[in-house]
Design a binder for this molecule. Structure first.
Ligand SMILES: [Zn+2]
Length: 592
């Protein structure tokens, strides 16, 4: 899938970078700017904050490791997502729809097949075949409107099969990859879902990507619930059943209930709780929690009150640790062991369910309670066991203030000073990365780097200097063409925001140099800026001569890579005069 760059530009202009970064690390407002300890270098134990977020330019910069970028860069690095995912996260946060320039090659057919299947199931529910399923839904108090809202369906077990319906429209391989079919021993495809109430699982855009299917009557050797397997459109750990649907009602609800089953989401909806989502057949993952937290600041995690529910809730708590922030509320609701949200609300009504939320257990309460239960706190051995259990967990908290608060709390419980232990543990591990960063820094702080920095600084402060003729001296094929690219962007529009230029720079090092230029404290007059550009470009073009020497040397050692061969050819070809020796060299370079 490729996304039009005009959309990326609008997106970057619409998101508030302080909000995006502030959701993930602790930002402190200081002197009109936002500062943090850099999440990309060091141990988080630095005394001074070196990472600054610039609300007006939509960028961030670390004065220590020089890491720079915009909101998309931050998400890619910090969340570890790819470009498209980062764009989608940001777009959903500001309620923008990501347009596709071309139809997505790899998932569009799979989505079409699942969408088509959802239509077929929906029609079958309304047909005579669906009578039993409809009366099942009625028995459970689900209205026709609710069924329609969730696009519930029925997978009939008769001819023509779903496979026979789809094979006229789609290719065998695509059908096979849709997740809707199994393969028998003869290699024939058969309908995975037969005689089941069908729950289409839709992504945030409303496209059907998978299904859950429930038996209406118990059958021997068949699971009550069956889900689509993971496919290229359906990655369980990211998806939430009902999220698309509840966002039709409220794009940014005050809170979201996270429940275990499809029928819980639907039952709650039927009784007026229109902000519940379910994980589909997995424990609640960090990715799902993160996704929910980009739509609301408050999550109620609802569990059945049995042993399995408690275990699942603890796993959810562990997954939530890296996401905790001061303004994030995560609470737990435990039902009685024979209850689920659907049965509870059906019996007790909406108000009673909302009361559960009022009396829910806060994250910290649940966390501390569980930690205390790990061993006997009246013995030294027990207390140190509890500390050992708690330490790695607390280390997962990325918000400094909260981390400190938890360390203090657990230190009290265990009667030990854990802050020292935690510091000792992390500083050893992180020192190595810091050393690495130092090395990178010294290697790259060459004259050329400074020249590039100078040119960027001058251009950012005086974009109209992009008109300077000196830019023509930078050869199109040289490794400095990115400077011409930046020049072109400014020539097109002198008011292009810096965050958008950052987006267009692909090379990580250059992006960081641009970021550094962006935050430069040096204020240049137009004259100074213009001579800075002239001098720096001269330095860079001189470096071509040096580069030529280096490449020729490597050629003699037979160490040229194919791209270096091309580079050397270009350098020679651009000369006004070519020596005989060079002519021969060109010939040799092209022949192998
Ligand atoms: Zn840094």
């Amino acid at each position: 899938m490729s996304i039009p760059s005009s959309f990326i530009e609008r997106l970057i202009a619409s998101v508030n970078i302080v909000d995006v970064i502030g959701r993930r690390i602790t930002l402190e407002r200081k002197g009109g700017g936002y500062w943090a300890k850099c999440p990309f270098h060091g141990s988080g134990e630095e005394r001074t904050a070196s990472f600054k977020v610039y609300e007006d330019t939509g960028t961030y910069h670390c004065f220590s490791c020089k890491e720079s970028g915009n909101a998309i860069h931050f998400l890619r690095k910090y969340d570890g997502v790819d470009f498209i995912e980062a764009v989608e996260i940001l777009a959903s946060q500001v309620g923008m729809e990501v347009p596709k320039q071309e139809v997505a090659i790899d998932t569009s057919v799979a989505i079409k097949i699942n969408n088509r299947a959802a239509e077929i199931f929906y029609e079958q529910l309304k047909s005579n075949d669906g009578i039993n399923t409809v009366s099942y839904l009625k028995e459970r108090g689900i209205s026709g409107d609710t069924a329609k809202f969730f696009q519930l369906g029925y997978s009939a077990n008769k001819k023509p099969s779903l496979y026979e319906c789809l094979e006229k429209e789609f290719g065998e391989e695509d059908i096979n990859e849709s997740g809707l079919f199994g393969k028998n021993d003869n290699g024939d495809l058969y309908d995975r879902f037969r005689d089941r109430l069908m729950f289409p699982i839709r992504n945030i855009k409303g496209e059907c990507i998978a299904f859950g299917g429930r038996l209406i009557k118990d059958k021997k050797d068949q699971a009550k619930y069956l889900n689509s397997p993971e496919t290229k459109t359906y990655k369980k750990k990211y998806e939430l059943y009902g999220l698309f649907e509840i966002r039709q009602i409220d794009k940014r609800p005050d809170s979201i209930f996270l429940v275990e089953g499809y029928m819980d989401v639907i039952g709650l909806y039927q009784h007026g709780i229109k902000n519940a989502v379910a994980s589909s057949g997995t424990a609640f993952t960090e990715e799902q929690l993160r996704k929910i937290l980009s739509y609301t600041n408050s999550i109620y995690i609802v569990f059945d009150g049995d042993e399995a529910g408690y275990k699942a809730s603890w796993r959810a708590a562990e997954n939530a640790l890296p996401l905790l922030r001061e303004d994030t509320r995560i609470s737990f609701i435990f039902l009685d062991s024979d209850d689920d949200p659907d049965s509870f609300i059906k019996r007790n009504g909406k108000e009673a369910f909302l009361n559960l939320a009022k009396n829910s257990k806060s994250f910290s309460e649940f966390f501390i309670e569980t930690i205390k239960e790990q061993d006997n706190l009246s013995s030294v051995e027990g207390r140190s066991m509890v500390a050992r259990f708690a330490l790695p967990l607390v280390n997962k908290i990325s918000n400094d203030t909260l981390k400190q608060a938890y360390i203090n709390e657990i230190s009290k419980i265990c009667d030990l000073d854990l802050s020292k232990v935690i510091k000792g543990e992390t500083s050893i591990k992180k020192k190595n990365t810091q050393q690495q960063q130092e090395e990178v820094k010294t290697n790259s702080s060459s004259v050329l780097r400074k020249s590039v920095l100078g040119i960027f600084t001058a251009l950012i402060q005086h974009p109209k200097l992009a008109n300077l003729e000196e830019f023509d001296l930078i050869q199109k094929e040289s490794k400095f063409t990115f400077l011409r690219d930046a020049q072109d962007i400014y020539l097109e529009n002198f008011e292009t925001p810096a965050s958008i230029i950052l987006e267009k720079i692909e090379n990580e090092k250059i992006k960081n140099i641009f970021g550094e230029a962006l935050v430069s404290e040096i204020k240049l007059s137009k004259e100074d800026a213009s001579s800075m550009i002239r001098d720096c470009i001269e330095l860079i073009s001189q470096s071509n001569a040096e580069r030529e020497e280096i490449l020729k040397e490597k050629y003699n050692m037979q160490e040229l890579t194919s791209s270096e061969k091309r580079e050397l050819q270009q350098i020679i070809l651009k000369k006004d005069k070519m020596s005989q020796e060079e002519a021969a060299l060109i010939k040799n370079l092209s022949s192998n």
